[in-house]
Design a protein around this ligand. Structure first.
Ligand SMILES: [Zn+2]
Length: 576
């Protein structure tokens, strides 16, 4: 018998991606499952080992031994270098440093307490814990060769202990348990009352709770199936089901929680949503389908770290859905996986890229014990056209520093006005450049990057207004003219005036005062007897470009240090 899972809502698709990842991770024979355009199909016998596949995956990604080993190595390294003349001053080992490193090991070893509980290793663990604690006390006073040797041997024993296959797996199981509770509340093996002693217990528990109900369903004689019972239909896939299970936060809390809180806005106020045995397993794979991103935000108490999960939904076909999420995950350690992912798509064949971008849909969510924050965004058709424009690719790649570039992508994807970012960046630049003009060795900030961002803003707005081809000629002209005036100011030893003029102009743009901006421009030109090019009249009419774009482009050119300008590679002229 085979079981099919069709592309559906985003979290369902996330389950499909997760399921596939688990199978691929375990090198499961590919004849046992297939991906068709709109569904994913498995042979039911594949489920016999599914719980094992599931935990194999998590035991591998949550293996804590390497992290522990790094702490051990740090401590043994310090011990070995003790009293030896060290090349690097900072790394000079001292008794205090050794004691700190040992304390670190002790703290980390304590985290294993839960993973040892109820196993036959309890006594051994407690002995080791005591010996490392005792060693930390002794070494503060006594750093004789004998003590140092003993410390090393205790550290080695600890490493041996956490390398015991069962301890290693149990620890991984516990980390997994804590991660998964973000998704499933206290379901099955996540319930605190489940005191699984060994990793195998987790596998068996999952098998019993999730796999067996499906196996039983398929082993039943079709004629006897649900004979005495009402038949329900799964609210996710419409498959027939016994009605034993309902969709709730234990199935998938990011959605389940909002169900309890929002009275089932998804399914018209129905209080109980039947769910089939097959979909229960699929939903267990959702954490594997998404990509965790470590993020931080500043709060009153300082910086707070949190995990945000991202899923890239695509309803074209399963292969593309899987591929795009693999791609996203591979880039998750980069500082801007979104930008890189979109570039990847953009470099595909133009027409295909356009389709993909138009059907892509990002879901970001965070969960804590009480609530879920969901955030969705997709790429509007005009934005898809914008992204496949070659100039955009070029300009985005030439924005520094990385954080600025990342913010720009984020603003574009979330429909915020780039102007805010650009003017802030320019202001910061002017602040830092204060008093440093003329000193060629000091390169601070980068108005050229700001100018590239202005071009992006101009292109984006053009596509938004449904223009087929957007030209940046006028923006380039304004920038070039700014550079020309800048050179003149520098040549006539008036470079010190550049900043204050730049500030004035930025302020005029900020309050949207076109006349004030032009007034400043006219005076600047007059003081050095330069004409004002006609295209600046567009500031008033805004026919060829937005006032902000022309003004910012000019300010970027005018305030850039000659060094910056020289390093700018000109955008190709084809676009003109
Ligand atoms: Zn179902």
């Amino acid at each position: 018998m085979s079981i099919k899972f069709y592309l559906s809502e985003w979290f369902y698709n996330m389950g499909i991606v997760g399921f596939l990842r688990i199978l691929k991770f375990n090198n499961v024979d590919e004849s046992k499952y297939t991906t068709k355009e709109n569904y994913f199909e498995i042979e039911d016998e594949l489920l016999d080992n599914f719980a094992e596949y599931y935990f194999n995956y998590f035991f591998a990604i949550n293996d804590d031994r390497e992290r522990f080993k790094r702490r051990i190595n740090e401590a043994t390294g310090l011990i070995e270098n003790y009293d030896k003349p060290s090349e690097s001053f900072d790394q000079k080992a001292s008794a205090e440093n050794i004691s700190k490193a040992i304390k670190n090991v002790y703290d980390y070893f304590k985290k294993y307490e839960n993973s040892v509980k109820n196993t036959s290793y309890v006594d051994e663990y407690n002995d080791l814990l005591n010996s490392i604690k005792e060693m930390n006390r002794i070494i503060k006073k006594d750093t004789s060769i004998e003590t140092l040797e003993e410390a090393k041997s205790i550290l080695n024993n600890l490493l041996d202990f956490v390398s015991i296959e069962e301890i290693r797996k149990k620890r991984a199981a516990n980390i997994t348990r804590s991660n998964l509770s973000d998704f499933f509340g206290q379901a099955s093996f996540l319930n605190p009352s489940f005191a699984g002693a060994y990793a195998q217990d987790f596998i068996e528990k999952m098998h019993r709770d999730y796999v067996q109900p499906v196996r039983e369903k398929y082993n039943q004689d079709a004629s006897k199936k649900y004979k005495s019972k009402t038949i329900y239909n799964c609210s996710l896939c419409s498959r027939e089901t016994s009605g034993n299970y309902h969709f709730d936060e234990a199935m998938f809390s990011p959605i389940g929680l909002s169900l309890t809180e929002n009275n089932n806005f998804l399914w018209n106020e129905v209080t109980k949503l039947p769910i089939c045995e097959e979909c229960r397993i699929l939903l267990m794979c959702t954490p594997v389908g998404c990509t965790p991103l470590e993020k931080y935000r500043s709060t009153i108490d300082g910086i707070e770290y949190y995990t945000e999960y991202t899923f890239v939904n695509l309803d074209t076909d399963i292969k593309s859905l899987f591929k795009i999420n693999e791609n996203f995950r591979q880039r998750s350690s980069s500082s801007n996986p979104y930008r890189e992912l979109i570039f990847d798509i953009v470099t595909q064949m133009e027409q295909k890229a356009l389709w993909t971008l138009q059907s892509i849909f990002f879901v970001e969510f965070q969960t804590d014990k009480k609530s879920t924050y969901l955030h969705y965004f997709n790429i509007a058709p005009f934005k898809a056209k914008f992204f496949i424009d070659k100039q955009v690719h070029y300009l985005l790649g030439r924005i520094k520093p990385h954080q600025f570039q990342m913010d720009i992508m984020e603003y574009i994807l979330t429909d915020r006005d780039l102007y805010l970012l650009i003017s802030d960046e320019l202001r910061n630049y002017l602040k830092k450049a204060e008093g440093k003009r003329g000193d060629r060795r000091v390169i601070v900030g980068d108005p050229v990057s700001c100018f590239n961002a202005v071009c992006l803003r101009h292109l984006l707005n053009g596509y938004k207004r449904r223009q087929k081809k957007v030209s940046t000629k006028i923006i380039n002209d304004a920038f070039e003219y700014g550079k020309e005036l800048n050179r003149y100011y520098v040549a006539t030893d008036s470079a010190n005036k550049i900043n204050s003029i730049g500030y004035k102009m930025l302020n005029a743009v900020k309050v949207g005062d076109k006349e004030e901006f032009l007034d400043n421009l006219i005076r600047t030109c007059m003081s050095i007897q330069k004409p004002i090019p006609d295209f600046f009249l567009n500031v008033l009419t805004e026919q060829r470009a937005d006032f902000k774009d022309i003004a910012l482009a000019f300010i970027c050119g005018f305030t850039a240090l000659p060094v910056d300008v020289a390093s700018k590679e000109k955008v190709s002229n084809e676009e003109v």
